[in-house]
Design a protein around this ligand. Structure first.
Ligand SMILES: NC(=O)c1ccc[n+]([C@@H]2O[C@H](COP(=O)([O-])OP(=O)(O)OC[C@H]3O[C@@H](n4cnc5c(N)ncnc54)[C@H](O)[C@@H]3O)[C@@H](O)[C@H]2O)c1
Ligand SMILES: [Zn+2]
Length: 454
């Protein structure tokens, strides 16, 4: 009955599209797509659609929001003469020319991972002192177990005490992915959205967490359950931080790099295959090993490809509205696995176990040859990544996929490799294939636990 009435009304609906024009300080609606404007008028990209029905008026606002953020490689980020950390985020030349703003003392609130602070505190302090910055440094134990709303609130309390100008004084986060994610969330909540800067200090955060728009904390025992899609105003990348990262954490970052290689970049796969050990040994510091035709270093070439391919996938889908995402490879089962065994598996390790299983799914689906499968698993082992885990049971796989089903419009969209450096997204993988792949995966890769040994 209600539906019929609505249909009847819709015939009589009067719909009007309005553009918005600002003259002096006042915004006014103007009818139509193409509107003539005077030299001083400003036309917004936003629209208001008004529809008048018998029940009343309804307004639909379409307001495109543009995010601009920079991801910048730099060297010597903490050298006192390098002003990237303080000024590198400014894209508006008018701001740089604004004398009043530029002569104001620089004020920065800085959150640093406690371990990073232990290693780099004198450099960090020297940097801000030398540049006459009014600063507050908050060093926090930003571990995966502490990745919580409580820690975000702690940051907010301190930011509030220090007091910053939300337009011109971005919060700086220096640390691994955990630190960058928590600070990003706190910043996106403070005064509804305060700009923040990411300085990644682990390989994983260098090529992944600092490139995209996501912030978050764990909640109700679920990974990153509470968060926001608010990109940093800038991410400043300095590879020299990686030299102090423990070897296991370098492997951890290599897993996310391998994800991009398997999904879309054969050259990156080949670099990881041939130079993975060297990258682990040199911790991505200048290695002088010449390869390929262009004399690039393995470290700079691999990080650059990883970042570019990641940006290609993220920029058109910043808010992840499109559920068909290659970057989800390795991220269907791993969140549940990671939370189940916390803290024994690192994020990238759990991702790699997920990817390793999915390679078997791909093989069982007839998408990958046996040789390709073996080559990928050998590469993973070469990168010192786990390829199997006893806690990754068929039950966990099923539960994780079912959970995914609930949140992705009734279809599990499964990115799967279809060759080396090529992939596609599938949504019709049968339980039989998942099960067969699981059995093979366990047969070929499972490691007996101590208690199983004679
Ligand atoms: N926002 C995103 O898009 C995104 C993407 C990928 C991962 N993540 C998140 O990132 C987190 C994992 O990040 P991570 O692997 O960097 O972990 P992490 O932040 O826990 O850092 C790993 C360890 O390295 C230490 N550390 C950091 N920098 C160091 C340095 N230069 N020298 C010595 N030690 C150093 C830290 O104290 C920590 O113990 C996960 O929580 C994951 O959800 C977010
Ligand atoms: Zn990840």
């Amino acid at each position: 009955m209600g539906k019929v009435q609505l249909d009847d009304h819709s015939n009589k609906d009067k719909k009007t599209e309005f553009s918005l024009v600002r003259l002096k300080s006042t915004w006014t609606r103007k009818v139509g797509k193409k509107i003539s404007k005077g030299p001083d008028d400003c036309v917004s990209a936003a629209k208001i659609y008004e529809s008048i029905t018998e029940c009343g008026t309804s307004w639909t606002v379409v307001s495109p929001i543009v995010f601009t953020y920079k991801v910048t490689e730099t060297q010597g980020l903490l050298d006192p003469g390098n002003n990237t950390l303080l000024m590198g985020h400014i894209t508006d030349p008018q701001q740089l020319e604004n004398k009043e703003l530029m002569n104001k003392p620089i004020k920065r609130f800085v959150v640093v991972d406690q371990e990073v602070y232990r290693i780099y505190n004198s450099k960090i302090i020297k940097y801000f002192e030398a540049n006459h910055v009014l600063y507050k440094i908050l060093a926090l134990p930003t571990t995966e177990e502490n990745k919580s709303m409580e820690m975000a609130l702690k940051i907010l309390e301190e930011v509030n005490k220090f007091s910053i100008d939300r337009r011109t004084e971005p919060i700086i986060a220096i640390g691994g992915g955990v630190c960058l994610d928590i600070v990003g969330l706190a910043a996106s909540l403070y005064r509804r959205r305060t700009p923040y800067i990411r300085v990644p200090t682990t390989l994983l955060s260098y090529i992944d967490a600092s490139v995209g728009a996501k912030t978050g904390v764990n909640f109700d025992n679920c990974k990153n359950k509470v968060g926001a899609y608010i990109p940093p105003t800038a991410a400043f990348l300095d590879l020299s931080f990686i030299q102090t990262v423990p070897r296991r954490h370098i492997s951890n970052g290599l897993a996310e790099m391998l994800k991009m290689a398997l999904m879309k970049h054969r050259e990156l796969f080949e670099i990881l295959e041939k130079h993975g050990q060297l990258l682990l040994d040199t911790k991505f510091q200048s290695d002088n090993s010449v390869f390929g035709n262009n004399n690039s270093h393995a470290a700079s070439r691999s990080t650059r490809i990883a970042i570019t391919t990641m940006l290609e996938e993220l920029a058109p889908n910043l808010w992840e509205d499109d559920l068909n995402r290659l970057v989800d490879f390795g991220h269907l089962i791993s969140p549940a696995l990671e939370m189940k065994v916390l803290p024994s598996l690192l994020h990238g390790e759990a991702v790699n176990i997920d990817m390793s299983y999915m390679v078997y799914v791909s093989r069982e689906s007839g998408l990958l040859t046996e040789d390709d499968k073996q080559q990928i698993i050998r590469c993973m082992v070469g990168l010192e990544l786990p390829v199997w885990h006893p806690a990754c049971t068929m039950e966990l796989i099923q539960t994780a996929l079912q959970d995914r089903l609930k949140h992705s419009g009734g279809l599990v969209r499964m990115p799967l490799p279809v060759g080396l450096g090529q992939a596609d997204i599938f949504n019709n993988t049968s339980y039989e294939i998942l099960h067969r792949a699981y059995e093979k995966w366990c047969d070929e890769l499972s490691v007996p636990s101590d208690s199983d040994e004679p």
